[in-house]
Structure formats: structure tokens, C-alpha cells
Design a binder for this molecule. Sequence first.
Ligand code: ADP
Ligand code: MG
Ligand code: ZN
Length: 482
Amino acid sequence: MTAATKYVTTVGVEVHVELSTRTKMFCSCLNAPQDVPPNHATCPVCLGLPGALPVINKEAVRLGIRAALALNCQINETIWFERKNYIYPDLVKGYQISQYVQPLGEWGHVTITGDDGNEKKIVIRRLHLEEDTSKLTHVDGATLIDVNRCSTPLMEIVTEPVLHSGREAEEYVRKLRAILVYNGISRCRLQRGEMRVEANVSIAPVGSTELGTRTEIKNQAGFNHMRSAIEYEVVRHAEVLESGGKLIQQTMGWDDVNQKTFPQRSKENAHDYRYFPEPDLPSARISPEWVQGERDTMPATYEEYIAQLSEKGLPDVDIEALSRNDALGFLRVAVGANQDKTVLMAKRLVKDVFSLVNSTNVPLDEAKLTPEAFRGAVLLHEGGKINADGFRRVLDILYKNGGDPEAVAKAEDLIIEQNDDAVREAIATVLVEAKKMVDEYKSGKVAVRNAIFGRVMKALNKKGDPKAVGQLLDEMLGPPEA
Ligand code: ADP
Ligand code: MG
Ligand code: ZN
């Protein structure tokens, strides 16, 4: 029996996600840690000054409820917060306000395709709210602290140990991320640390009723790194056990250059956090009416939305591209009430916006283009106010700089000339200037009409509505003489 068939792999995943709220978890400082200079989004509460009192951010709880609903969790009617005490420079208060005994949500699931090819429900044990820590930057032997991120709303989502490979773990975190982004709970930008993943790995002999000793792999840079690290640990665990050694429970890091894990710290379990109920915060009631209200305003689930797009006739390749680029939530918001424009907007996203993703090297979730502005640009084009060239130009500017589509179109002088007199005047001028072509056309060389049309469009600075201009041109040109 080889090590690969002798042992079963078990993985449990802990995910931290920063919530997209306007303000921090327990104070009114802005939750925009990277958009203001370091240490500019702080106040006595998040600096932990004596006497300052925290207040629960209702919007964070609301997003937590929506996350719990999207992940099929049960929601506890009464929740409270605990202090988790530990000493680390990123924690200015000396403790983190978190949830321990009674999390916001419990016993949810995310569906993935298991290694055996069947649908598999990955059980979520708990979903709780807490506050993020400060950001430490180590330079030249010194450590810089930025308190902007301290106390921004954080959600932790923990699975049962039910994943059985690096591949299953990777599919789970990708799906989880897609659901959270789609539902507008977090932007989950890995490059900004808005989603951070820790995987716990153990192996046990086939048939064993107990799980083996686990190691925890910290915050990898990407989901593929997490998978590689899990697969590496599985082999390493088997080697230790096969050689008669004993595994120690410890935290590992992933060295992507050398494709191996390395120990970071040990005896994680020996931590005594001395949890106790946060005395400065009351418990909160999550009324069934509140939960129902959120449920009623949730969009179709991620899976349902994909099915709807398919029913509306959007080809699988486009759906696949939208989901790969995490753009389903963007599309849903952009479409808004314009349901009949769903397929059109989806196609414009895939064709025109994704080409900007490539040409600018800026991912959609870092771009200045909002779903609302995208909708505005599409509707300007649909309504005949800008032509195809104008649409692409407006989109390009919105993608890089943001702004209002109509204002951009005006500033760039792209609004189509809808004044018939102005168009007639341009045509009349061209007909005189291009007399030679007009004569050719008249004598039966009808193909030259396209060249004349091009001259007119150019004279209109490309702002003409091609259909309307074509009609007026044909009218003024008259039929060729037979
Ligand atoms: P901690 O409090 O140390 O983070 P938890 O009991 O909350 O530990 O578990 C953290 C994660 O580790 C969970 O996702 C859980 O499913 C997973 N886990 C626990 N024990 C094991 C094990 N032996 N093998 C693999 N995963 C495990
Ligand atoms: Mg842990
Ligand atoms: Zn503050």
C-alpha cells in the first residue's frame, strides 16, 4: 500500500473577509484603509484610548446577515461580542473584539464538485464578525504601523474538516469568493488583503475514526498557492508518519520560489486568549423580521443567476468569461431594472470591458468604472446618442478615470449630431467637394457611395448616427442615372 492510498487527507479552511462598509466596525472612522494616508483614519475608539466606547456598526451586521443567508447559515437571534486577548503590536488595544460563544451564523454550506465528480456540500461551522488589526510593514529592521485598517469590519467563515484535497479546498475558496463578491458583501481583492485564507491539513490512516495532527498554512498569496501548500503538506505528513516520526501541530508558511512549506510558529493551541464578553457592548438582537427583510431583498443566488443568464440566451463562453472575471455581480448591478438589456450588457462587458482589462492591465475590481456608469454608457449608445466609436471612447475614459457617462460624452464632443440641418449641410459640402465621386456614382459606379458616406461621417467628426446620415445621403444623392 502506498502512502497515497493508505491515508485520507482532511482539510478545514478559515477565511477572513473585509466587509464593504462605509465606516469601521465600532467607530465612525472611514473604512478605506488604503485610500487615505497612513494613520489618518483613526479616532480614540479604534486607537484604544482609555474611556472611548465602541458602538456596533449596523451595516456590518447587515452584510453579515446577508452573507449568512447567501451561505445557507442559521442565524442566531441574539449575538454578542467577546474580547480575545493577545499581545501583538498590530493590536493597539491589546485585545480584539470578536465573536466566540454565539457567532452570527452557523451550519451553512457551499456546494462544490467533489473529487469523485459528485456535488458536495462543504459545511460551514460558523460565520462571525470581528475587527481587523493594524497593518505592519517591516522595513530596514524597523516596523511601521498603520492604524487605518485597525477595527475595520472583518468576517470569519470556518468550515468543518470535510474537504479532502487541495483541489477541493481551492474550489471551495473560489466559490466562496464568487458568492461574496456577487452578493456585494466584500470585494475580496486578494491583492489588497480583503480576503485571506488559512488551510488546516491533516492525514489519517484509511478507516480511522480520529483525525490526524494538523498543521495550519497561513495567508497564501493566491488560491493556487494554497492548493500547492496543501498538497506539499500531505506528502510531508505521510513521510513523517512512514518514517516513524510524530507530527507537531504548528503554523506553516508557503515558499513559492522553492515550492515548499516552512514552519512559522508552533503550539498555536497553547494560546490562551482569555475570551470574555465585551463589557462595553450590549448584546444585539437579530430579529426574525430583520432577517426576513434581508432575505426578501437578496438577489437570485449565484447559481440561479447563472441559470437565468443561460435561459436568456447568453452563450456559455460568455457566462464562463463573466464568472472567471468575477463580473457577475457587476453585471447584476449594471442591469438593475433594465432586465431586457441583460444579454446586451453581458456581451458589452465581455467584449468591450474585458478588452480594457487586458489593454490597461487593471482588473475590473480595481478599475474606476462603476456598474452604474457602465449602464449609462450602454444606454447612451442604445439610445443613439453616441455611436460605436463614441461608446468605446467613453468606456475607455470611465474605466481609467471614472465619471458620469453623459458628461464624459459631452466633454469629448461625442454626442451624435441629431440636427438634420447640420447633417444636410455637411452632406451638401461633401457633395460639392467630392464632385468626381458623385459623378462616378451617377454614372453607375454605385460602390463609390460608401466612400462618399465615409467623407460625410468624417465631416461630422464621426459623431453622426450612421443610419440617419445614410438615409439623408441617399435622399440627397438621388439614384444613379441608368
Ligand atoms: P482553531 O481555534 O485553532 O483555529 P478550530 O477548531 O476552530 O481551531 O479549527 C480551525 C479549522 O481547522 C476548521 O476549519 C476545522 O475544520 C479545521 N480542523 C480542525 N481540526 C482539523 C484536523 N485534524 N485536520 C484538518 N482540519 C482540521
Ligand atoms: Mg486557526
Ligand atoms: Zn476610529
